[in-house]
Design a protein around this ligand. Sequence first.
Ligand SMILES: Nc1ncnc2c1ncn2[C@@H]1O[C@H](COP(=O)(O)OP(=O)(O)O)[C@@H](O)[C@H]1O
Ligand SMILES: [Mg+2]
Length: 376
Amino acid sequence: MVKLQNIGKTYNNKNVIISNLNLEIEEGQFVVFVGPSGCGKTTTLKMINRLIEPTSGSIFIQGKDITKVNPVFLRRNIGYVIQQIGLFPNMTIGQNVEVVPKLLGWSAEKRLQRTKDLLEMVDMDPSEYINRYPSELSGGQQQRVGVLRALAAEPPLILMDEPFGALDPITRETLQDEIKKLQQKLNKTVIFVTHDMDEALKLADLIVIMKDGEIVQAAHPEKILSEPADDFVSEFIGKHRLNFSFDIETVADVMRPHPVTVTKDKGIAQSLALMKSKGVNNLIVVDREGILEGIVRIEEIKKCGHNGNIINDLLCRDVPTVKTTSNAKETFDLLINNKLDSIVAVDDHNKVCGLVTKTSIVKALAEVVWKGDSDE
Ligand SMILES: Nc1ncnc2c1ncn2[C@@H]1O[C@H](COP(=O)(O)OP(=O)(O)O)[C@@H](O)[C@H]1O
Ligand SMILES: [Mg+2]
């Protein structure tokens, strides 16, 4: 989709801002350039829509050398969102969103429909907002409109330069969620610049870490976290650094304690109500001493109805179990290899102690991996 080939940018024949940048971006990827201030992110982005011309190298978009494309036409086909919003203050929201479609000669009807669709996509009621002026909107709403304007003409590529940098943290989170959803829904290629690693990790399929005009590492977020290319990257990842000193060994470390249990004399309607209130799909059935009897699943209940029966009638006694002292990794394999929803964890007397699910394991791992990360 976008190919940067040996790109260099030098000012006044001496200030090397970008040196020999190479990168290939695939269609539909969400690529985030991240790096400290002054490392050349904005410069790189602006070379892609020819607001800045490289000193050396070539840029191809959809296989075409962009120096062969009229920059004005080029920019009409590339969405661009910057931090300083840049809505036209004397135009309504509708007119702002329609700027590029209008330049492209879309009919008034088609433009209006598109604007309405876009506003609805971000939960801004068109009838309420379309005729308002930017000054009548909050900062977050204005930036949302800035994003919609960039999307309006359905460009295959969108460039975003710290678009949410000036917003408060909550609005920023919301807009991050929205842009990610829009990008996936519309299958756009996005190149996004930020100096915020949190933002990069949240949004990117491909993170490009830059330093002093060079790419230090370009990889999937997972890879960046698990195999940072050098000390600079490790440092930059900071609090997200993986901590491999696990103290997860046994089932007790990964199970959810206190699972929802019932005794087998419970009525079915009552059990169903319990499932609903606890948000679970099955109940572990135990005797008075808490010893495992079996499990009852919501599908069984649905199949058989619940006319005055007790759950004993629907009890499934063939329940996968493990001991709380069993090996956590082996239990995980058991869960995955047998495609089980859950495994009941019991003690030596078959007393129910917990429930192992994929979620309970992920939670336990997350706590270990990110321990000490108290959101500083
Ligand atoms: N027109 C210019 N002339 C000379 N140097 C510039 C010019 N524009 C940007 N720079 C320098 O290029 C470097 C990279 O800038 P920029 O791409 O804006 O960084 P970033 O977006 O990563 O913060 C900075 O050191 C900046 O001072
Ligand atoms: Mg910048």
